[in-house]
Design a protein around this ligand. Structure first.
Ligand SMILES: [Zn+2]
Length: 479
């Protein structure tokens, strides 16, 4: 597979030192100018769409879908076959409900048809190569527009503005970036254009966390941009040491992993500010953000077309009902994703938010099967890690932990002990977790020096080795 090479790829490949030198001179200009006119225009548009009435958004979606359906049909073999087989014509597409005449597609379809899904040559300079990390199984490869970042970043910045972020504010970033030590021995790099301070969340020893926090305290009023697990580790460290969090942190943006409610409360208490989250995909399908007043996810109607489908493929419109998130992205015109099953499930809340007044669909409790946060009980039923996650003192002297499971009903709990860990802690873990697990699952505790993060630096709470295929064939996975 030929890897696309766009300007953005080249920028990423530039030696960091060169980039820092070039960037230093540019750092005096406001970032919105450095990010380009397309970014500025997108920001204006995205800000405005927040107050659109639902009908205006629907009209926009209809037009966008028509464009993407036409492009997919005319330029790709995969979609022209799919449309023909379904008897679907994009010319007849006149209302949003008609989209369900097309079948949904999944990751396997993309893996098998990658080369038949692209609308232009992938070697063009305006095409980028992308992939999803995937904590296990086959990674998904795809192609997308090199210019998409200017669009996507406008949505993210506009979302973050809801909790006080302003472009140009320093950001302390702990999100899976490989960061080498600088001449002071600190794992820190600085991007003067975006004013981002990067720290390594692959290296979260107590010593390193103390140094990260010390450095963050010197960068002025700032936001943290983190994985929920990396900020939980920082908060846990502050609690264990009885320290105060740096006073200059104005808000925390925690994304790309499941946000556990109790973990969020703990982080907000320790840092004394709002912990805010967005939900999106590398494949650019749909994007959703919390709002000023609520922790429900508001779907941006102009980013992609969102559907929530039950097990039978019917739309979920009842508050409280769960469904799978199915997305049709508007941003990727290189490789359209049409009715793509994300494997993520969420609860439908409403078609608008009463708290902020935005007429966006809102959902909550997003959880992904693809994130593998499930343990399998002896009888084959699933135990959600969310339900099991302990936020009392069970893990107070534990730095990191992870379940590893090879057989239904049995698991190993790997534990990286923190200072003051003793045999007593093992007893406490058995007692507290055992109460929740009852007879469904037995486990042994194994003390280890470290637990690997995913390739992108995300925490894996369940190292699930029972194959998903085997589980679905035996009826173990009930979607
Ligand atoms: Zn709201």
């Amino acid at each position: 597979m030929k890897k696309a090479l766009s300007k953005k790829n080249l920028w990423d490949k530039t030696q960091f030192l060169v980039k820092a030198t070039v960037g230093r001179g540019l750092g005096v200009l406001p970032p919105e100018w450095l990010l380009g006119s397309r970014f500025r225009a997108n920001c204006r548009f995205v800000r405005e769409t927040q107050s659109w009435p639902a009908e205006q958004a629907r009209q926009y979606q209809l037009n966008k879908l028509r464009e993407i359906l036409k492009l997919a049909y005319e330029k790709t073999e995969f979609y022209s076959n799919l449309f023909n087989k379904a008897g679907f014509s994009h010319d007849d597409f006149r209302n949003l409900q008609n989209l369900n005449k097309l079948p949904v597609i999944d990751k396997q379809a993309v893996i098998e048809n990658l080369e038949y899904m692209c609308t232009r040559p992938v070697t063009s300079r305006d095409v980028d190569f992308g992939s999803t990390g995937g904590t296990s199984g086959t990674p998904l490869h795809f192609y997308m527009d090199a210019g998409r970042s200017a669009t996507e970043y406008a949505y993210l910045v506009t979302s973050w503005e809801r909790v006080g972020y302003k472009l140009g504010m320093p950001m302390a970033v702990l999100r899976g970036r490989v960061v080498n030590t600088n001449r002071n021995g600190l794992r820190h790099e600085y991007d003067p254009i975006l004013r981002h301070h990067y720290y390594s969340n692959f290296h979260m020893s107590d010593d390193n966390m103390a140094r990260y926090l010390g450095h963050i305290a010197t960068i002025g009023p700032c936001f943290l941009h983190v994985y929920p697990s990396s900020v939980a580790a920082l908060a846990g460290y502050i609690l264990r040491k009885g320290m105060q969090a740096p006073k200059n942190i104005r808000g925390i943006i925690a994304e790309s992993e499941i946000v556990y409610p109790k973990q969020r409360r703990m982080v907000e208490n320790v840092f004394g500010c709002r912990c805010f989250s967005c939900y999106g995909h590398s494949e650019k399908l749909v994007l959703a953000a919390e709002c000023e007043q609520s922790e429900n996810y508001h779907i941006w109607p102009t980013y992609g077309y969102f559907e929530l489908l039950d097990e039978k493929g019917n739309p979920v419109t009842e508050p409280g009902q769960r469904g799978e998130i199915v997305g049709t992205g508007f941003i990727n015109t290189v490789m359209p994703f049409i009715r793509y099953r994300t494997g993520d499930w969420a609860t439908y809340v409403s078609d608008h938010c009463r708290a902020c007044g935005r007429e966006h669909i809102i959902i909550r409790d997003i959880q992904g099967h693809r994130t593998q946060e499930m343990l399998i009980a002896a009888d084959g039923s699933e135990i959600s890690w969310t339900a099991l996650n302990m936020h009392d003192d069970t893990f107070s002297r534990v730095r990191q932990f992870q379940f590893m499971q090879e057989r239904p009903g049995q698991a190993v709990l790997r534990v990286v002990p923190a200072e003051g860990f003793s045999e007593k802690e093992i007893g406490r873990i058995h007692k507290n977790l055992g109460q929740k697990l009852e007879e469904q699952l037995t486990f042994t505790v194994e003390l280890v020096d470290s637990i690997a993060l995913s390739a992108r630096g995300k925490a894996i709470y369940v190292d699930q080795r029972i194959s998903q295929d085997r589980l679905s064939h035996t009826g173990f996975i009930k979607k």
